[in-house]
Design a protein around this ligand. Structure first.
Ligand SMILES: *[C@@H]1O[C@H](CO)[C@@H](O)[C@H](O)[C@H]1NC(C)=O
Ligand SMILES: *[C@@H]1O[C@H](CO)[C@@H](O)[C@H](O)[C@H]1NC(C)=O
Ligand SMILES: [Zn+2]
Length: 430
């Protein structure tokens, strides 16, 4: 009898105040109220907003952290972390709820690292993408929830198979010279299929904000996987299928795995599979191939690079594991968020100094462009080295620059472009 109750204090030193987080499971109602209370306590750096509703009408509630919540700031990168897409993979959901409380408290307590992160980044946390599935899994609980129950949404749709399959389109067209692989449109046929409201809400969200990087938190393994998740050979279920951004993805995956307490360890057998050769990271399709995933969609439809974080063998760990898991993942979550300040960012402007929206930034040797946001700002995750960058926009001249990105950079390099108007000059009769 008696609830296990973990009231833990992360004590910095005996005299200093500390963040108090209750490391228990959180029902949907408790999650909403906790996130709202956290945003209220930190209203100068936080707010909550809903991106839509689940099949059964539950809010898909996001908590946001940044120095000016509610707005995009020029050159400030935006990131998202998504938990509980599979309703029975519950650890990620809890970690994001703890992370929200941690960010709020530590900012108030004057933690310089957290303040710097929040002052320079716009962070969006969707703790539960599938609150209906969670409801089902939580009713069974840690001891009885199996591998499947609560995984899908209330319409029995697996949300990580429900996104438009742009990867097939990419494979079909990649050999044609002028095929652009950024912002591949959603084919009409997709809308004839069943689109879950959760998928729809997330797609709208992904399209609305200029996300640079993202993590989707899952369970059932201990590994980071990264796109493509869909194999480049339909007959091969396990086949290395890299994106043009293989290097940047690997670096992003390494960032999480290396900062995690055990993920990159050299143990050969964890949950069945073995990832010791690559120290805890793997290309998605090489692990197992599937179509319609969220990460491939992020990559081919937007500028955003998303990794999949498999947090552990147990999809529904016991409550006693929640605090140890927070400790194992805390540094990894922070390092992952900080890593968005890598590569190159800048603004593309016209000669009058106005930002150009939708301009294209390409990197020689990487066949995936990024486009500028509303005010002409862009972010390009890139590994150190020398790069030839080109900015183009419709109706403007193109400009190329040779850029050296040193290994020692601890923030994104800044490269701006000024483009001149070109094209036919139209003479209107007076
Ligand atoms: C973060 O921004 C706030 C508000 O502008 C400022 O008071 C604080 O000193 C900043 N913290 C750091 C570490 O830059
Ligand atoms: C990692 O484990 C494998 C298999 O047990 C072993 O062959 C290899 O030497 C180990 N590597 C290191 C760096 O310990
Ligand atoms: Zn999953």
């Amino acid at each position: 009898d008696g609830d296990l109750f973990y009231l833990l204090m992360l004590i910095l030193s005996p005299e200093e105040p500390s963040t108090i987080i209750q490391f228990t499971y959180t029902s949907n109602a408790q999650m909403y109220s906790l996130l709202k209370r956290t945003a209220a306590k930190c209203s100068h750096i936080s707010q909550v907003y809903s991106i839509g509703r689940s099949t059964e009408g539950r809010d898909l509630l996001v908590i946001e952290f940044t120095d000016n919540p509610g707005q995009h700031e020029l050159l400030e990168p935006e990131i998202k972390l998504v938990g509980n897409m599979h309703g029975n993979e519950v650890l990620g959901r809890q970690l994001l709820i703890y992370l929200a409380q941690y960010l709020c408290s530590e900012y108030i307590l004057g933690n310089q690292r957290i303040q710097t992160l929040i002052n320079t980044t716009r962070i969006h946390l969707l703790a539960s993408m599938n609150p209906d599935g969670y409801e089902l899994a939580a009713a069974e609980g840690h001891l009885f929830n199996g591998w499947i129950s609560g995984r899908a949404n209330a319409q029995n749709i697996d949300l990580n198979r429900n996104f438009p399959d742009l990867t097939s389109l990419f494979y079909r067209n990649r050999r044609s010279r002028h095929y652009r692989i950024d912002h591949i449109p959603i084919p009409d046929a997709y809308w004839f299929g069943k689109v879950a409201p959760e998928t729809y809400a997330v797609m709208k969200w992904i399209r609305a904000l200029p996300f640079v990087q993202s993590a989707s938190l899952h369970g059932g393994e201990l590994v980071i996987s990264y796109p493509f998740d869909f194999s480049r050979d339909v007959h091969e279920e396990k086949m290395f299928s890299p994106t043009p951004d293989e290097q940047a993805f690997k670096q992003l995956a390494r960032t999480y795995a290396d900062a995690h307490a055990t993920m990159s360890n050299n143990d050969t057998d964890r949950c069945g599979a073995s990832f010791y050769r690559t120290r805890g990271i793997i290309n998605g399709a090489l692990w197992y191939s599937f179509a319609g995933g969220m990460s491939d969609f992020n990559y081919l439809h937007t500028n955003c690079l998303e990794i999949t974080v498999e947090l552990g063998c147990d999809k529904f760990p016991s409550e006693a594991e929640l605090y140890p898991e927070w400790k194992r993942n805390k540094e990894a979550l922070l390092s992952f968020m900080e890593s968005v300040h890598r590569g190159i960012k800048g603004v593309v402007k016209d000669t009058d100094g106005n930002g150009i929206k939708g301009a294209t930034i390409s990197i020689r040797g990487i066949r995936k462009d990024v486009t500028t946001a509303e005010d002409g700002d862009y972010w390009r995750l890139l590994n150190p080295g020398t790069h030839i960058m080109t900015a183009t926009a419709k109706g403007f001249s193109r400009v190329s620059k040779r850029v050296h990105l040193p290994h020692t950079m601890n923030k994104a390099g800044r490269v701006d472009f000024v483009l001149e108007k070109v094209g036919p000059v139209l003479h209107h009769p007076v």
